[in-house]
Design a protein around this ligand. Structure first.
Ligand SMILES: Cc1ncc(C[n+]2csc(CCOP(=O)(O)OP(=O)(O)O)c2C)c(N)n1
Ligand SMILES: [Mg+2]
Length: 603
């Protein structure tokens, strides 16, 4: 049998010591799934998050017994949605895809929401799946029939960049190279590759000739014609009040500095978006004001309203912002959009948003275009004017009694102090004004597709990528979000991935209470009933027990402001020692809410 090639990197952290297989006997036959496993090794992807299933028992065996569970190393996830969310979080930090493997059709069904989140987030993830034998004569009775579907990829085709169901080991190898390449090509996104169980398990008589993976994945440089860059530079040079809208960005510090140089060189106001990761220092004098998940209001909206040139850097919802600020009549300002996003718009998903008015489109990844644009503008890479930064937040007052979301974030920030920290998830009521971003890794952006339950998994994946970086990963999750993604905590504990999770626990799917209140108001019906079918009380869910039950440290529940800082401090110190810590903070709902009546038979 041909021997697997050694992994390129050996010095890995603790996780690599976990789940070591006994060595397999050398020699013996080669199987289809060994070819798949070797290709995964060639792709040099460190981890594969998975939940097992017999449909890919061939591949599972190859990963353990052919590759020795190393590069990729398995990360067992009790739910497929979390497996993909972990891969999304990892890619949000590194810009590189991780693998996720899911069982034939049912595992994929569990994974769908997370794949959708990654799609809307334009984040690369390589999802591997399987199917019972396509040759019906080879199917085991019952189980392989229920787990075989014609065109399984159709389940996720509306929100993946590409999918395939290769029929031979050679085709599987090619599919993996193509999938990995496509996932990482801007606009990035998830791909799905589905391996026939029979193909995985069949012996391979003649080994495939070795292949240099890199040659099949040429970097797809994203560029724009020089005259288009010049046209953009001319418009920007003539601008009196330019504004830059910062959308999707990578975590690259060079790109971050290029955006600062651009804003300073143009003296342009900058508006950022909480849907996407930190793209500009929020305490920079040119930052117009706190970002939000919604259409900007207040100072950022004023900056956009007063602009004569609007430069959008791949904003998620340019048209929505413009309509929200200017109404149905588009602004007179000249609009330049730098975005490659149209390349992945399809007929199934409307996540592409409304069609914006654009006077000049630079159809490419903004980060690839910025150096040339800066050059055309004659702007050098100016150093950040630190002296001009706005003053940092003033003293945080001691919280007494009930805790609000803002008090929670301010207290957390104070306890974090000077430690470099990355916010890997934010609860819906987060107020960006409470926490400045000064580095692209300070915040990695939202879940992308609005799929609740992603916060914990994304945080685990991000924490995996940040491990050993000196950055403290902090996921702030709503109680609803935390519950849905709960079991990713076990994966973090098991694979020794230090992480702080803070549950902003308003004991409700509160976002929707607000909706019910609106409907009741519109219909002149009692708003006092808005909590019904929303509140998680009677019993209160014990998040510390849920955390402890998975081997994490549980702190709280913290209900009084007086206890908050001590709990957060103890949790952070535990994370610094390598633990996973969950702090349950009972917060007041964002708006005063009518209390539910006492349950029958109780006081
Ligand atoms: C998978 C999924 N189910 C339901 C929703 C609808 N939804 C949007 S926000 C929200 C509430 C989430 O609750 P929580 O995480 O506790 O945040 P809170 O609004 O209480 O701050 C719900 C149910 C959704 N977006 N995604
Ligand atoms: Mg809640």
């Amino acid at each position: 049998m041909s021997k697997p090639q050694a992994p390129r990197e050996s010095g890995r952290a603790d996780a690599a010591k976990i789940e070591r297989p006994v060595p397999a006997r050398p020699g013996g036959k080669l199987f289809g799934s060994d070819v798949i496993a070797q290709t995964l090794r060639d792709l040099d992807i460190p981890y594969i998050a998975l939940n097992p299933g017999a449909s890919y028992r061939g591949l599972h065996d190859s990963l353990v017994n052919y590759l020795g569970n190393e590069r990729p190393q398995m990360l067992l996830c009790p739910h497929e949605e979390n497996a993909v969310a972990i891969a999304q979080g990892y890619a949000k930090v590194t810009g590189k895809p991780m693998l996720a493997a899911v069982h034939s059709n049912v595992g994929l069904m569990h994974a769908t929401m997370a794949i959708f989140n990654a799609w809307c987030d334009r984040v690369p993830v390589i999802v591997l799946g399987a199917t019972g034998p396509m040759d019906a004569a080879k199917r085991r009775p019952w189980i392989e029939w229920i787990h075989t579907a014609r065109d399984q990829g159709a389940l996720v085709r509306g929100f993946t960049k590409w999918d395939d169901q290769p029929s031979s080991p050679a085709a599987a190898r090619e599919a993996l190279l193509r999938g990995a390449w496509m996932a990482q090509t801007a606009p990035m996104g998830p791909v799905y590759i589905n391996f026939d169980a029979e193909m995985q398990e069949a012996p391979v008589e003649t080994p495939l000739p070795p292949l240099e993976a890199k040659r099949y994945m040429p970097p797809a440089a994203s560029g724009v014609a020089a005259e288009t860059i010049k046209a953009a530079a001319d418009i920007l040079k003539a601008a009196k009040r330019p504004v830059i809208l910062v959308g999707r960005t990578s975590r690259s510090i060079e790109a971050w500095n290029a955006r600062i140089a651009l804003a300073e060189g143009l003296n342009a106001q900058v508006v950022t978006d909480l849907k996407t990761g930190a793209g500009f220092p929020t305490d920079h004098p040119l930052h117009a004001g706190p970002a939000s998940l919604q259409v900007p209001i207040g100072e950022p909206a004023e900056a956009i309203r007063g602009a004569d040139v609007i430069l959008s850097l791949d904003l998620t919802d340019l048209a929505g912002w413009l309509t929200g600020i200017f109404g149905a009549k588009p602004p007179k300002a000249k609009i330049i959009n730098i975005s490659p996003d149209h390349l992945v718009h399809n007929g199934w998903s409307m996540d592409y948003q409304a069609l914006p008015p654009v006077d000049l489109l630079l159809a490419a990844d903004p980060e690839a275009v910025l150096p040339a644009l800066l050059q055309a503008l004659g702007i050098g890479a100016t150093a950040r004017k630190l002296a001009a930064m706005k003053a940092a937040a003033s003293e945080v007052p001691q919280v007494k009694g009930e805790i609000t979301m803002d008090q929670l974030s301010l207290a957390l920030r104070k306890v974090v102090g000077g430690r470099p920290a990355s916010l890997t998830s934010l609860s819906l009521s987060w107020n960006a004004a409470t926490w400045p971003f000064n580095h692209p890794l300070d915040y990695i952006g939202s879940n992308g597709g609005g799929g609740v339950g992603a916060g914990p998994g994304i945080s685990v994946g991000a924490a995996l990528a940040l491990k050993g970086s000196g950055r403290l990963p902090i996921g702030v999750c709503g109680d609803g979000d935390f519950l849905m993604g709960l079991t990713s905590v076990w994966t973090a504990v098991h694979y020794r991935i230090p992480l702080l999770l803070v549950v902003a626990n308003n004991r409700s799917f509160f976002n929707d209470e607000v909706h019910q209140e609106r409907v009741a108001t519109m219909r002149d019906r009692p708003v006092d009933n808005r909590w019904i079918g929303m509140r998680m009380t009677d019993p209160d869910i014990d998040f510390t027990q849920l955390a402890r039950g998975q081997g994490a440290l549980g702190f709280g529940p913290v209900s009084k402001g007086e206890d908050l800082s001590a709990a957060l401090d103890a949790a952070i110190k535990a994370v610094e020692q390598g633990s996973v810590a969950v702090v349950d903070v009972r917060i007041k709902a964002a708006k005063e809410t009518p209390a539910p009546p006492a349950p029958r038979g109780r006081a």
